[in-house]
Design a protein around this ligand. Structure first.
Ligand SMILES: Cc1cc2nc3c(=O)[nH]c(=O)nc-3n(C[C@H](O)[C@H](O)[C@H](O)COP(=O)(O)O)c2cc1C
Length: 195
């Protein structure tokens, strides 16, 4: 396959779509975020979000040292897009979603999204440009029974929204392809026999 260079772009497809919740200037605020990633799985579990320095949300995270990551489903597409095109600086987004409080007083967690992660800020890294990386320790996760299979969040029931950066489009998840740490076993066995 002949390859062509496309330039230095953050081409990673698809990205997740989450809603970050904070309390800024004593008011709940919600925004859409796709620059999100697991930093560490255990002891303690950590997640990061990269935000523009000037977002109202960035101020809220700095002030309260807390935020929630809320994973919307495809039914919440319009609301999810809306909170990504309006700033809490000029628009009151506190009533877009119903929310509750978990362990961290004041940190709004969205009731209607299938899955939520409640996070305590543990590190803030200035990235040199206009962005800042916030790393949070996940202190609790929340869901409802109908989104779980054997007690674990189940993708076909969660129906998360995927995001395509640069083409600015949303997608849904397709079919299951196989099992991790299983599909490669045949190759592993072949390599073992050859060595
Ligand atoms: C699909 C989508 C993904 C986005 N991802 C990010 C992101 O990863 N980081 C970021 O800083 N802003 C992201 N935004 C933009 C913010 O959500 C948007 O600027 C928002 O209005 C900021 O609101 P605030 O000022 O109330 O914090 C995204 C917007 C959309 C629609």
């Amino acid at each position: 396959m002949e390859k062509i260079a496309l330039g230095a772009h953050p081409y990673l497809y698809p990205l997740p779509t989450v809603i970050v919740g904070t309390r800024t200037e004593d008011k709940p605020n919600f925004i859409t975020v796709s620059f999100v990633g697991i930093v560490q799985q255990h002891s303690p579990p950590m997640i990061s979000v990269t935000l523009h320095n000037n977002h109202h949300t960035s101020k809220g995270i700095r002030d309260t040292k807390a935020f929630s990551i809320n994973i919307p489903n495809t039914r919440l597409l319009a609301k999810t897009d809306y909170v990504g095109m309006t700033s809490g600086l000029t628009v009151d987004k506190s009533e877009v979603f119903e929310f509750f409080e978990g362990h961290i007083t004041g940190c709004p967690i969205i009731r209607e999204t299938p899955l939520n992660l409640e996070c305590r800020l543990i590190k803030e890294i200035e990235l040199g440009g206009e962005s800042v990386l916030f790393i949070g320790e996940i202190v609790e996760s929340y869901s409802a029974r109908k989104y779980l299979k054997r007690g674990i969040p189940y993708v076909p029931k969660l129906r998360p929204i995927l995001f395509s950066i640069n083409t600015n489009s949303y997608y849904r998840v397709g079919r299951k392809l196989g099992k991790a740490w299983h599909e490669g076993l045949r190759i592993k066995e072949k390599v073992r026999k050859l060595s």
